[in-house]
Design a protein around this ligand. Sequence first.
Ligand code: UDP
Ligand code: MG
Length: 317
Amino acid sequence: MEKPQLAIIIPCYNEELCIENTVNKLFLVINDLISKGKVREDSYLYLIDDGSKDSTWSIIEKLHGENKLVKGLKFLRNYGNQKAILAGLEGARNIGCDCVVSIDADLQQDEWAIEKFIDEYQKGFDVVLGIRNNRKTDSFLKKYTALAFYKTMNLLGAHIPPNHSDYRLISKRALDILEMYPEKLLFLRGFFHEVGLKSTSVYFDVKPRMAGESKFNYASLMALALNGITSYSIVPLRMVAVLGFFMALIGFCVGLETVIEKIFWHNSPSGWATIVVLLSVFGGIQLFCLGIIGEYVGQLYKEVKARPRYIKDIELI
Ligand code: UDP
Ligand code: MG
């Protein structure tokens, strides 16, 4: 196979403390790959500034001025890391490349694993997923909520590879397929797994964040997880229907029993506690089910409006 032109895309949000170091380290990797004859000399970095409020963009401009192999895109505002990765993939496809690797700006993922990604690509894989060896750098809560998320997703029928973040290689072919999916709230981790291209995984070590702090809090992780579920599974909706059916059945039986008691035994209602318990339990279940349906309605609402995924401000190619 011919040497591929590699594009490395990096979403950046307020990463002024990391970005220059990251770019230098990634060039060490690219130059190593070039010297080994594994990628083309015009392989490049593409940094997507997700509406940073610090000096991230001016650093990207400076780096671009020094070396045209550092390319950049600036969003009008902050759209979130998934949109930044998506813009990176679309941008790299437009600029031209044979394969793209996405990696975080804080280089928590071991950048030297990129060589393994390329080796797998050369074997004919269109998608190479980076899987972390451990979660030592994560807090106790993050680790277990993440594991619970993967378990839930798998139970719901959306097969998402556990311990895969957005560190992955995808081929030009996968990029072309991505273009055919117009959905606005694309959940990339599920997408590349679902499309059915030939895929494999590479294991890598996770490092602590280079500098600065994590841009994700539990609310944004929760939003990502919910999007993942509602994008790839309608099992919760079915569960609601099944649950509703059984609840109705129970309600019918209890109702029947009450009526029979009333007619034949003339029992005046003594089950006050039962009523209160049932009311609150059913009330709770109904609200919960409404909430689940609401998540999907919300997803529909956002898709139907078909707003642009992101708006570009400045591009440096
Ligand atoms: N990021 C982004 N937009 C955001 C939040 C984060 O582009 O709104 C980027 C961030 O700059 C980094 C990557 O997404 O390159 C992962 O973020 P972070 O390292 O803060 O997350 P963590 O590793 O703690 O999950
Ligand atoms: Mg990080």
